[in-house]
Write a protein that binds this ligand. Structure first.
Ligand code: ASP
Length: 336
């Protein structure tokens, strides 16, 4: 069996610079810290799509490079493991779940909270177990057939996961969908939670970035809301609302949303609560959102909402076509 190990950067491969901060380092050095890899019964090829970077510096154009490279190598490998910084891992991995639809093979992202050269690092376990999970099943019938994140004993669906901690080894969680697999003494794959292709593999690589986020907060004023919703020139504005999708019923806010809609701006209601999601009819305080015909993000993560929006816009979807695509469950990202 052949797997491709892809190194994009992140803490996992960083070393301390003379100034004392962490800087990305080279792939051969990273692998040198995991001699156990030679004991896996797998042929491991490597690919470094760009000079290793802190993931906070990645741009959607990097998602396009990564998706194109994986697409081009799909036939040659049984699965893919991507080493990536944790900061934006959930964004890149979510984006790939849409760009490489029904991929039919594992694309497993992992990284670490401590660099691989540090004695207490979580990197070795994350890397080795991610590879072992990618090896489950056969080349033609892999057990995991979706984009996922492996971190600290859990395999999570990529477009359901978010970074919850900057300190804990269990950096990710998936509050609205159960883990795909758990690694204890045995690797336990929760088969009924796995995504299975709903059609043929489709490569849909284009991303358009004209998406913005307005996070509600007590004290939000009209000028600030206008600048994000109307003056920023976005095609889609995600309204990051309170609780179950609530926003103040202020007349000026309704007026801004109506003006935006007249100009063709699409508004999405996504909750600031990572667990639960939007249920728009719950409170009178969500009336503004309902009356303005704002789309509900349901129980999607904000990372999935943002990347799905960029991906739909990349396909030129506007108005009704965008709504239809957004409301559909494309890669297991929503159940509400
Ligand atoms: N800043 C790092 C990154 O995202 C953090 C990490 O990898 O854990 O690249």
């Amino acid at each position: 069996m052949k797997l491709l190990l892809i190194y994009t950067g992140g803490t996992i491969g960083m070393v301390q610079s003379p100034e004392g901060d962490l800087q990305p380092f080279d792939f051969a050095q990273v692998l040198g810290h995991v001699p156990e890899l030679a004991r896996l019964s797998v042929t491991l090829d490597t690919w470094q799509p760009w000079a290793p970077m802190d993931s906070s510096e990645l741009h959607p154009s990097h998602w396009e490079i990564l998706a194109a490279g994986i697409h081009a190598r799909r036939e040659a490998y049984a699965g893919f493991v991507v080493l990536h910084g944790t900061d934006t891992m959930a964004y890149t991995a979510s984006a790939l779940s849409f760009m490489l639809q029904n991929f039919g093979k594992p694309i497993l992202f992992t990284g670490s909270q401590l660099p691989i050269g540090v004695m207490r690092s979580d990197a070795r376990e994350n890397l080795i177990t991610a590879l072992e999970l990618a090896m489950q099943g056969t080349k033609d019938q892999p057990l995991i057939q979706e984009v996922a994140i492996y971190f600290e004993n859990q395999l999570l669906r990529a477009n359901r996961a978010y970074k919850r901690s900057s300190q804990a080894f269990s950096a990710f969680e998936s509050p609205n969908y159960p883990p795909l697999a758990e690694a204890g003494v045995l690797l336990h794959v929760n088969q009924s939670n796995l995504w299975r292709p709903t059609g043929p593999f489709t490569y849909v690589p284009k991303i358009a970035t004209r998406v913005g986020v307005l996070r509600f907060f007590p004290g939000l004023d009209q000028a600030f809301a206008r600048s994000i919703c109307l003056e920023s020139g976005r095609d889609v504005v995600i309204l990051h609302s309170f609780g179950s999708g609530n926003a103040p019923n202020w007349p000026w806010l309704s007026a801004i949303l109506e003006e935006g809609q007249d100009r063709g701006v699409l508004f999405i209601n996504a909750s600031q609560c990572p667990m639960g999601g939007v249920s728009q009819p719950a409170y009178a305080a969500s009336r503004t959102m309902r009356l303005a015909g704002v789309l509900s993000a349901g129980d999607m993560t904000i990372e999935a909402v943002l990347t799905k929006s960029m991906w739909l816009l990349g396909q030129g979807k506007q108005g009704q076509a965008f709504r239809k695509g957004f409301e559909a469950n494309i890669a297991g990202e929503r159940s509400l």
